[in-house]
Design a protein. Structure first.
Length: 72
């Protein structure tokens, strides 16, 4: 799995675990909803700054977005 896919799946899993829609997460992270969708689908890669914004909105350390699947 490439890193971009891992990040997208981690964001999607964290978002689902918090019962957030893409729209809600986007508003909290101050990004566009379509941007969240593209990251989750691994169509776009996010900058470090955007990943930090998304992690902050999800209330996790940015490192969690990079963690291998199944890691705690």
């Amino acid at each position: 799995m490439i890193l971009r896919e891992r990040i997208g799946l981690n964001i999607q899993n964290l978002r689902h675990s918090r019962n957030l829609s893409q729209e809600e997460l986007a508003l909290m992270a101050n990004v566009d909803r379509s941007y969240i969708s593209k990251i989750e689908l691994a169509r776009n890669s996010a900058s470090a700054d955007k990943l930090e914004q998304i992690a902050h909105a999800l209330e996790v350390d940015p490192q969690e977005l990079l963690a291998p699947r199944g890691a705690s």
